[in-house]
Design a protein around this ligand. Structure first.
Ligand code: 5GP
Ligand code: ZN
Length: 116
């Protein structure tokens, strides 16, 4: 989708600090990190959010998590522990309408999920 910022990162139309890429996913550093390690793992396929994912996307959804696992091992943050976060829709705080999994780690992370 041409006006989607994450599709533009997939297509290399805008730069990103890419840490991993294969035929189905791309992982890159979040531009506003909220943890020492903050990576976004996205599908190359444009899917708005988990809400819009279909049964055909089941393996791809698993791929996002397994990519996070691989990156956490590569970056040696997995022993300490980390957080995986997917926001869904405005109420979930999602700002970019292209499915993405946040990998947050490198420190002990607090819980701060409050209704606003
Ligand atoms: P959301 O709130 O949708 O779950 O998270 C969107 C995330 O994307 C935010 O953490 C934001 O910092 C990040 N982000 C938005 N635009 C860009 C961009 O152009 N490049 C990078 N690297 N991160 C972005
Ligand atoms: Zn997109």
């Amino acid at each position: 989708m041409s006006d989607c910022i994450f599709c533009k990162i997939v297509d290399k139309e805008i730069p990103a600090d890419i840490v991993f890429e294969d035929d189905q996913v791309v992982a890159f550093k979040d531009r506003n990190p909220i943890a020492p390690v903050h990576i976004l793992i996205i599908s190359k396929k444009h899917i708005l959010s988990v809400r819009e994912a279909t049964k055909e996307d089941t393996l791809l959804m698993g791929r996002l998590i397994m990519t996070a696992k691989k990156i956490s091992d590569d970056l040696k943050i997995s022993k300490k522990g980390y957080k995986l976060l997917i926001r869904v829709g405005k109420g979930g705080g999602q700002e970019v309408d292209h499915i993405h999994l946040h990998l947050l780690g490198g420190a002990r992370l607090s819980e701060n999920i409050h209704p606003i």
